[in-house]
Design a binder for this molecule. Structure first.
Ligand code: ADP
Ligand code: MG
Length: 151
């Protein structure tokens, strides 16, 4: 299934992501695809807020992964940007896939494709200009509840 939305500010991207964050149940895997500055971390911040986390969300580029607490599950936020050998962290990611108490969010997952499940929400953000982003979502019907009010 596919869904596309255009946002005109970071706040709007965050608000859209919050909606999805509110619907997360635990166990979901979300892949974020965009160029640098595309809005992957901004989207993740909205997701975490929507899921009820007040933890600070920032790009985990130098730590590879961060964990945000929510009342229902932990959000594990990975960023494989410029990681020459994602192997070790891909293994950590693999262990979390299917864990109902974890939601996995991955930026720059190119080096970890082999551990990402088919059943994931893939989100592509592309910059139309400084403040406009086209957001394309692709997912299997089993994840349609994440966009229940949209379709
Ligand atoms: P990434 O993680 O993909 O590198 P970030 O979320 O860290 O991207 O940065 C996105 C940048 O783009 C931020 O500075 C944000 O304020 C800006 N921005 C401008 N318009 C938007 C929009 N519509 N949606 C998301 N971010 C936007
Ligand atoms: Mg980022």
């Amino acid at each position: 299934m596919k869904y596309t939305i255009t946002t005109v500010s970071p706040e709007e991207t965050e608000a859209f992501a919050m909606n999805i964050g509110q619907r997360l149940q635990g166990g979901e895997v979300i892949e974020l695809i965009a160029d640098l500055g595309g809005g992957k971390t901004t989207f993740t911040r909205g997701l975490a807020r929507g899921a009820g986390s007040s933890d600070a969300v920032s790009s985990p580029t130098f730590t590879v992964s961060k964990v945000y607490e929510t009342p229902k599950f932990e959000i594990h936020h990975f960023d494989f940007y410029r990681l020459n050998d994602p192997g070790l962290n891909a293994h950590e990611l693999e262990d979390l896939v299917g864990d109902p108490s974890a939601v996995v969010v991955v930026e720059w997952a190119d080096g970890a494709q082999h551990v990402l499940p088919e059943n994931r929400l893939a989100i592509r953000l592309s910059a139309v200009d400084d403040s406009v982003r086209e957001i394309h979502l692709e997912y299997e019907s089993s994840l349609a509840y994440l966009l229940a009010n949209k379709i």
